[in-house]
Design a protein around this ligand. Structure first.
Ligand code: FAD
Length: 317
């Protein structure tokens, strides 16, 4: 079922989770161990991130260093299918522009369609490690909207090969990313919102936001979206702080601010367990306020840690 259908049918706020494929060489059991406890809250869908290739440097026996391009976390499509099979939930594989040609994207979409996957979250992806700005692959897409247009074309039965006749249309529900505190490359929030509106006008069915810790940022973002005519569901992204170095790591990596009350409480906490508890309590309060505001779904970024998220959702149900 499509994410938008789940939202339309829901009588209460839904909970969804986002997982990362395991590092190459690990088994899928690590994903099941992560998700099994969370399934008691009946998430209608689970997102699986996509990770672009990166260059690693291997030292050779002769002392020289050789660059090698590898994908450390492959398996998004396989995991999406495995989750549907094991848990009977809908999977939302992410698709990114970075590292993919249009042809590779089309082939991935064909696989997803054949597997009965009806949802995708389309993203540009971050610049590759070591690159200052995002560089599209040769024959690839530059912005998420370009990738979205390709999915939309396939939903109309139009594939890259013009000569194909009677091609079956796919039927993907398409999500896109939104940034309550603005995407880090955008010159200002207004410009960023206009590009978000363009994604919605091009066919995006819903928006999932970057993680944030100050609900006011989300409320303001949602209001601005509505004011410029974005009417699709907006799903807030939630990530509980669980360790002290999140204080630097999260703002650095995700370009978001942490409220002073939260960073003060983390700084004052006397043990790792106390820090974890501060993170849980902050998220619970954040989620309760978002639920009473009427958000359709709370989307939890697990990033491989779920025991704290399990405690949060139990508190909310
Ligand atoms: P876009 O919508 O393309 O926007 C990128 C930037 O370009 C923005 O500053 C925007 O304002 C600007 N822009 C947009 N369109 C245009 C245009 N036509 N002309 C000029 N400027 C434009 N990354 C991964 O690698 N894998 C994942 O699985 C993944 N999952 C994510 C899930 C969520 C919910 C979120 C919020 C992010 C995720 N990311 C993931 C990170 C994401 O790829 C990065 O934030 C990336 O830098 C931007 O992606 P986007 O889809 O928002 O890009």
């Amino acid at each position: 079922m499509k994410v938008t259908e789940h939202i339309a049918r829901a009588k209460e706020t839904l909970f969804s989770f986002e997982i990362l494929p395991p590092l190459k060489g690990e088994t899928i059991q690590s994903i099941y161990d992560t998700l099994d406890p969370l399934m008691e809250v009946n998430p209608p869908f689970i997102d699986v991130t996509y990770h672009r290739e990166e260059v690693v440097y291997k030292r050779l026996k002769n002392g020289l260093v050789e660059p090698k391009t590898i994908r450390k976390r492959p398996g998004t499509v396989g995991i999406a299918a495995a989750l549907m099979n094991r848990y009977h939930v809908d999977a939302v594989p992410h698709l990114i522009c970075g590292g993919f040609s249009k042809e590779e994207t089309e082939n991935a979409l064909i696989d997803l369609d054949f597997l009965g996957i009806e949802n995708v979250l389309v993203l540009r992806g971050d610049p590759a490690k070591g690159e200052k700005k995002f560089m599209p692959s040769p024959q690839g897409h530059h912005y998420a909207i370009d990738l979205l247009n390709q999915v939309e074309e396939m939903n109309r039965g139009k594939y890259l090969d013009d000569e194909l006749e009677n091609s079956s249309p796919t039927n993907f529900c398409i999500g896109v990313a939104g940034y309550p505190e603005k995407h880090f490359e955008a010159p200002n929030l207004k410009t960023d919102l206009n590009y978000l509106k363009a994604k919605v006008d091009a066919g995006a069915d819903y928006i999932v936001t970057q993680l944030f810790f100050d609900n006011q940022a989300f409320f303001d973002f949602e209001k601005s979206c509505r004011e410029i005519g974005i009417e699709v569901p907006i799903i807030p992204g939630i990530k509980p702080i669980s360790v002290k170095n999140h204080l630097n790591l999260l703002p650095n990596f995700f370009h978001i601010d942490l409220p002073e009350d939260l960073s003060d409480a983390i700084m004052k906490a006397k043990s790792p367990e106390a820090i974890r508890q501060v993170g849980i309590e902050w998220s619970v309060n954040q989620c309760k306020e978002l639920m009473s505001h009427g958000v359709p779904c709370l989307h939890f970024y697990t990033m491989g840690r779920t025991s704290n998220i399990h405690e949060i959702v139990k508190e909310l149900t």
